[in-house]
Design a protein around this ligand. Structure first.
Ligand SMILES: Nc1ncnc2c1ncn2[C@@H]1O[C@H](COP(=O)(O)OP(=O)(O)OP(=O)(O)O)[C@@H](O)[C@H]1O
Ligand code: SF4
Ligand SMILES: [Mg+2]
Length: 383
């Protein structure tokens, strides 16, 4: 990691951006303060993760050297457009990459002192199921339509914790109740088709919490839900996190959800992390042109008729043959000649905030502050 020539943007510009961004979020992230009170100790450390898939068209380099860490009790959001490697990153940690066609070619993921990429079992038991719980966008694809919800949660407890069916079913009812599904004992005896979308997602959360995981991984958990149910599910996740002190990895396309839930944000593009930092840094002091592009393309909370959204032109590079230089070169409004052939390094902007972009190199004559100013100027004006 290289130290950047300058912090991105003046204080005045930051405040301007802050005011503008508050429109998207409806105010400050509500979960963050409470989460900051929880104890800080590195729980997950992912280093240089690389994942490929063999396909008929060639080898897809889906994840290209991803590194990040996550502290106990914190929420890390992963954002980036479709196909950038968000799901493959977390699936690698969970042991869910199908091999073949997938292949983890390098990397470690130290979870509570164990490399979960190298080690699959401890004392004959699957460690990942116990350490990480996962909820998916579409619960129906993860639930068995022929088993009751209670039996499915109980089965998890029987397999991972060696409980009897009777004890496991009773615990399943407690877990269903914990996710605020009314009449938990009755609901535990029902099948997935008898549940609404919101209740299915609550059931998935109950199942993922069954083994008291250290990390809850949520891959687009609320995308398929309407806004009211979405807010309820996010509140539930936040409450459970505070009660249990677990960490959350949240994958989402919704930057409003990120602002509301996350402590830290990982911005991914074409299989790489292009910016990482605290939620305030990434939103208010955005340092990578792609992050600025994502923000400009995002709808805000205000009246629809007044919004001007600016989509990012073009498409991501071909991951069969990723470019030698910056993956964002073809779409970047600030691209310089040097960006085409030289792969950008990561530049430290300040504590725990970095961006992979040549604009932050000390030899670059485009001021990073200019980038930020232009982004603020082109963003919709606050009302
Ligand atoms: N089983 C697979 N076989 C071949 N390629 C795959 C497989 N799974 C993922 N990929 C490829 O890996 C890349 C990253 O996929 P990934 O699912 O992580 O994207 P994503 O960021 O989660 O996108 P989305 O937002 O659409 O869910 C994509 O190019 C995808 O086509
Ligand atoms: S390295 Fe160059 S092309 Fe890539 S994002 Fe930065 S300015 Fe744009
Ligand atoms: Mg995905």
């Amino acid at each position: 990691m290289v130290k950047a020539k300058t912090a991105a943007g003046s204080e005045a510009q930051w405040h301007e951006a802050e005011a503008e961004f508050a429109l998207y979020t409806g105010g400050a992230g509500q979960g963050c303060d409470v989460q900051r009170e929880l104890s800080l100790s590195a729980l997950l450390e992912v280093n240089d993760l690389r994942v490929e898939f063999d396909t008929y068209g060639g080898t897809v380099q889906a994840v290209r050297g991803v590194s990040f860490s996550l502290d106990k009790g914190k929420t890390l959001a992963i954002v980036g457009e479709s196909g950038c490697g968000k799901s493959v990153t977390v699936q690698s940690i969970m042991g869910l990459i199908p091999m073949p066609p997938g292949r983890i070619t390098s990397g470690t993921a130290m979870l509570d002192g164990v490399d979960v990429i190298a080690e699959k079992k401890i004392d004959g038991k699957d460690i990942r199921g116990r350490l990480v719980g996962m909820i998916f966008q579409d619960p129906m694809t993860s639930l068995n339509p022929t088993m009751t919800i209670g039996d499915q949660i109980a089965e998890t407890l029987q397999v991972h914790q060696g409980m009897s069916h009777r004890a496991a079913f009773s615990r399943a009812i407690d877990l269903i109740d914990m996710t605020r599904i009314p009449e938990a004992a009755k609901r535990a005896r029902q099948y997935p088709f008898e549940f609404s979308g919101g209740m299915l997602q609550r059931s998935m959360i109950a199942m993922s919490l069954a083994c008291e995981p250290l990390i809850l991984v949520a891959d687009e958990p609320t995308t398929a839900l309407d806004v009211t149910i979405q807010a309820q599910i996010l509140d539930l996740m936040g409450d459970l996190q505070r009660e249990r002190g677990m960490a959350i990895i949240l994958i989402t396309h919704d930057l409003g959800v990120v602002a509301r839930m996350a402590d830290e944000v990982l911005v991914m593009y074409a299989g790489e992390v292009v910016e990482k930092g605290g939620v305030d840094d990434v939103f208010y002091r955005s340092a990578h042109p792609y992050t600025l592009g994502l923000k400009a393309a995002m709808p805000s909370n205000r009246d629809d008729s007044a919004q001007v959204l600016t989509p990012i032109d073009g498409s991501p590079p071909d991951l069969f043959a990723p470019p030698a230089g910056c993956g964002y070169f073809a779409r970047c409004p600030y691209a310089m000649q040097a960006c085409e052939d030289n792969h950008p390094e990561s530049f430290d902007l300040h504590a725990d905030h970095f961006a992979r972009c040549w604009l932050h190199h000390e030899g670059c004559d485009v001021e990073a502050a200019d980038v930020h100013r232009k982004a603020v100027e082109t963003a919709p004006a606050p009302e």
